[in-house]
Design a protein around this ligand. Structure first.
Ligand SMILES: [Zn+2]
Length: 490
C-alpha cells in the first residue's frame, strides 16, 4: 500500500513536471530537461527554489563600462536540506561558460529564469558544497517587460544598471537574478562577499564593509564582506565617481556614505545626522541590527530610493533638502529593522515593510519638526487615500495587494495609517511595546502579516482582529480621530 502510494505520487509528480515543462517553451537545454522549482510564493511562483539553503555568495564581477557588460564568477556555498540529484537557481540572461560543484564541471540546463544544475553524484541531506557559475554578457538581456513595476523608467527591480559614469544595483522585488545566480527569495537569506574589479578612477561601494583595495596596474579590485544575513534583493554594488564620507563614524554604528563627486558638497550636510537618526530609532525599536550603515547618492535621477542593506540607495532627488527628503531618509533607515532584519515571509506581506517604514519615518519628523508638520503629513495621507479617484486605482486589500500593486501608494499611506489607527486604539505605551517585541521576535528572520496580528493581540491582551480586518483587508477608509478628512458614513 505504501509503495503504491509512492508510485502514484512519483507518477503524478512526473506528469506535473512534464506538463509545466510543456507549458514553458524551450525547456530542454542540450541533454538536460529543466524542471521548474519553487518556494511557493503566490505572487512569484518561480522565485526561490526548494531543497537547499544558500549560506554564502561570493560575487566576483568585472564590469566593462564601454561595452556595458559583466564578466563574473559567483561561488555559492549551499547546504542540502533534501537529498539532491538536481537543484535550481534563479538566473536570467547572460552567457554561462562553466558551472562546477566542488571544482568539477557539471551539467546544467536553462529555461527563462530557471537554471537547473545536475551534480555528478547525488548530494546527501545536510551536506555542504560549493557551486560556481561563470558567466558574461549584458545585464537585462532576456528580461520580460512585466518586471518593470510602474513602467519602464521604474528601475527598482532591474538589478545591475549601467548609466553614464558608472552603475548601480536595485533589485526589489525580483531583480537579483538579473545580475547573479541566486535562490531569489527573502526566505533564504545569506551572507555575502564581493570582489569587484574596475579601472581607475572608478570607485566601488557595496553592501557591507570594505576590506581592501588591490591595485594591479591601474585595475582596482575592491574586496568587501557583508556578514549580516541578507535577502537577495537588498544586495547592492555601486560604481562610479563616488567620494567616501565617514561623517558620524564616531557613533556606535560605523557610518560610511558615498556621494557622486559632483554632488558631494550638497549631499554631505544632508546626511550629517545619520548617527543621530540611528540612535533615535534604537530608542524606539531596539539595537541597530547590522555591523555598519550609510547611504549612497548616485549621479542618476532615480524616481525611488531603496533600503539596500547597510547602504541605502538614493538618486539626486534626495538632494532637494526638504521634509520629504527627511522622511525618505528615515524611511530607508527604518527598513534596516523592518524589511531587512525582519523580512517578509511572502511578497504578499509587503505591508510589513512599507507600512512600518512609512509610519515610523514620521517619528523622526516628530523629533525635528513642529507638531503641525507631522499633523499635515498625516492629513495629507488620509486625504489622499480617501479620494475617490485614488480609491479606484487602489488594491482591494493592502494585506494582500497582488504582485502588480506591491508598490502602490495605498500600501504605504493606508499601511502607515493602519499603524496610526492601532496606536490610537491601544495607546503609546502598548503600541511601542508591540514594535519592540515584533523586532526582537523576528529579527534576522521572516514574518507574515498574521504573525504581526497575533503578536499585537498578545501584547495588547485584546482581540484586534476587527481593526486589522477593516484596515488591511477592506477598501473603506475608517475614521481616525484628529484627522479632518474622515468619511462619516464609514
Ligand atoms: Zn520602503
Amino acid at each position: 500500500m505504501k509503495r503504491l502510494v509512492t508510485v502514484i505520487i512519483l507518477t503524478i509528480s512526473l506528469l506535473v513536471s512534464i506538463l509545466l515543462c510543456w507549458m514553458i517553451a524551450g525547456c530542454t537545454t542540450g541533454q538536460v530537461t529543466v524542471k521548474p522549482s519553487s518556494l511557493g510564493d503566490s505572487y512569484f511562483p518561480l522565485l526561490g527554489n526548494e531543497g537547499y539553503d544558500a549560506l554564502h555568495y561570493h560575487l566576483d564581477i568585472t564590469p566593462d563600462f564601454d561595452a556595458e557588460t559583466l564578466d563574473a564568477t559567483v561561488e555559492i556555498t549551499i547546504q542540502a536540506t533534501q537529498n539532491l540529484t538536481e537543484f535550481n537557481l534563479d538566473f536570467w540572461g547572460y552567457t554561462i561558460t562553466d558551472v562546477t560543484i566542488e571544482g568539477q564541471l557539471v551539467k546544467y540546463g536553462r529555461d527563462q529564469g530557471e537554471l537547473m544544475i545536475i551534480p555528478n553524484y547525488p548530494i546527501a541531506i545536510g551536506d555542504t558544497f560549493e557551486v560556481t557559475v561563470a558567466y558574461n554578457g549584458k545585464p537585462r538581456k532576456g528580461i520580460p517587460e512585466d518586471v518593470f513595476y510602474g513602467g519602464p523608467k521604474f528601475l527598482a527591480s532591474a538589478g545591475w544598471v549601467f548609466h553614464a559614469g558608472g552603475s548601480f544595483v536595485t533589485s526589489e522585488p525580483r531583480g537579483a537574478s538579473f545580475w547573479y545566480p541566486v535562490n531569489d527569495h527573502p526566505k533564504d537569506k545569506a551572507t555575502y562577499s564581493f570582489s569587484i574589479t574596475v579601472p581607475e578612477p572608478y570607485v566601488v561601494a557595496t553592501s557591507g564593509e570594505l576590506i581592501e583595495v588591490i591595485n594591479d596596474n591601474g585595475m582596482l579590485t575592491y574586496k568587501s564582506v557583508l556578514n549580516d544575513l541578507t535577502a537577495s534583493y537588498l544586495v547592492t554594488v555601486h560604481t562610479g565617481d563616488l567620494v567616501l564620507d565617514e561623517t558620524g563614524k564616531e557613533g556606535q554604528v560605523p557610518i560610511r556614505n558615498y556621494f557622486a563627486g559632483r554632488h558631494f558638497d550638497r549631499a554631505r550636510p544632508i546626511f550629517e545626522d545619520t548617527s543621530e537618526m540611528i540612535t533615535f530609532y534604537e530608542g524606539i525599536i531596539g539595537e541597530y541590527p547590522f555591523d555598519v550603515y550609510g547611504s549612497v547618492v548616485v549621479d542618476f535621477d532615480l524616481t525611488y530610493a531603496l533600503e539596500t542593506q547597510t547602504l541605502s540607495t538614493y538618486g539626486t532627488r534626495i538632494l532637494e533638502d526638504s521634509v520629504r527628503a527627511d522622511i525618505t531618509r528615515a524611511h530607508e533607515l527604518v527598513h534596516q529593522w523592518f524589511g531587512n532584519s525582519v523580512s517578509l515571509a511572502r511578497w504578499r506581506d509587503i505591508w510589513l515593510n512599507e507600512g512600518f517604514a512609512t509610519y515610523l519615518s514620521l517619528m523622526w519628523v516628530t523629533e525635528i519638526y513642529e507638531d503641525d508638520v507631522v499633523q499635515s503629513v498625516l492629513n495629507d495621507w488620509y486625504d489622499r487615500i480617501s479620494d475617490p479617484d485614488f480609491m479606484n486605482t487602489a488594491p482591494d486589500s493592502i494585506g494582500d495587494p497582488d504582485a502588480e500593486n506591491l508598490f502602490h501608494d495605498a500600501v504605504y499611506w493606508r499601511g502607515a495609517l493602519t499603524l496610526h489607527a492601532l496606536r490610537q486604539h491601544v495607546d503609546d505605551e502598548v503600541f511601542f511595546e508591540m514594535i519592540r517585541t515584533y523586532f526582537q521576535r523576528f529579527k534576522d528572520s521572516n514574518a507574515t502579516v498574521e504573525d504581526f496580528i497575533a503578536l499585537a493581540n498578545e501584547v495588547s491582551g485584546e482581540d484586534l482582529t476587527d481593526l486589522f480586518d477593516v484596515w488591511l483587508y477592506q477598501k473603506v477608509v475608517p475614521q481616525i480621530e484628529g484627522l479632518p478628512f474622515g468619511d462619516d458614513t464609514s
